[in-house]
Design a protein around this ligand. Structure first.
Ligand SMILES: Nc1ncnc2c1ncn2[C@@H]1O[C@H](COP(=O)(O)OP(=O)(O)OP(=O)(O)O)[C@@H](O)[C@H]1O
Ligand SMILES: [Mg+2]
Length: 238
């Protein structure tokens, strides 16, 4: 596999083309951003930890029958993935209230949402990723009704698999966001990443935050918390 040119540099990852037009390389950088890129810091080891964490989680999702971009781990901070035509929305499931929903709806952080709730957000930093609904997605041509239905089913399936996985590791999966894309055959496939940068994980015993909220809230020990989660799950980092 030959790495070719840089296709896109996002806030946390750089995407490279390869000699295979259907495959890309995702490079996980140490850059950590919050508040739509207004605050950016370099956190030692984060690229490596997130790359391996993501590889582990996507492997578990594949085992559960969910199609993902996963191809291979190439290096500490690089993964080979299927090239997808990304759908520009984030799919969010919330098992408990935290983050933006607390401010938007005036509910208490930690409130258990039964059943878990689902939200779509448009990926647009300049607009601060506004919440959108199914009608917006169809009217603006970001995805079809069938694709929306499938993204919802898959996002909730991920919830069943990962809530159990994290629970067994003494962690509460509070919420998370997924990004899907369309592969060369027109199938909806899970892309991007599943890491503590894009989910909330609380320690079951202490309610301690073990995710990117440590960075957003200036709590420190960000990568240490990610490593603790990885270690509890059995993710091989070294
Ligand atoms: N399998 C894939 N095929 C194609 N593009 C992908 C794939 N997985 C992720 N991407 C895209 O690669 C980029 C990853 O970079 P990063 O997550 O750092 O971006 P970002 O700062 O979140 O920016 P953006 O808001 O543009 O996504 C994202 O735009 C993401 O949608
Ligand atoms: Mg991103």
């Amino acid at each position: 596999m030959e790495k070719r040119s840089e296709l896109y540099r996002g806030k946390a990852k750089t995407v490279f083309t390869t000699d295979d037009p259907e495959l890309l390389i995702l490079q996980f950088r140490n850059d950590t951003s919050a508040f739509d890129g207004e605050r950016i810091d370099q956190l030692d080891r984060k690229g490596m930890v997130n790359n391996k964490f993501n590889h582990f989680i996507m492997g578990k999702l594949e085992e559960a029958g969910i199609a993902t971009q996963l191809e291979a781990l190439l290096a500490d901070d690089e993964a080979l993935v299927k090239k997808l035509e990304m759908i520009p929305v984030e799919c969010v499931v919330r098992n408990r209230a935290a983050g933006s929903i607390v401010r938007r709806l005036g509910v208490e952080e930690g409130l258990v949402l039964n059943p878990p709730t689902f939200e779509f957000f448009l990926k647009n930093d300049a607009l601060h990723d506004p919440m959108v609904n199914d009608f917006h997605i169809i009217s603006f041509g970001w995805a079809t009704q069938a694709q929306i239905n499938e993204m919802k089913v898959l996002t909730f399936k991920v919830n069943n698999v990962l809530s159990a996985l994290f629970d067994a590791a003494g962690l509460i999966l509070v919420d998370y966001k997924l990004e899907f894309g369309v592969d060369a055959n027109g199938n909806i496939v899970l892309g991007d990443e599943f890491t503590p940068d894009g989910c909330r994980l609380w320690d079951k015993a202490t309610n301690q935050k073990m995710d990117k909220d440590r960075f957003r809230q200036g709590l420190g020990g960000v990568v240490e918390a990610y490593e603790e989660v990885a270690s509890r799950l059995g993710v091989q980092l070294a």
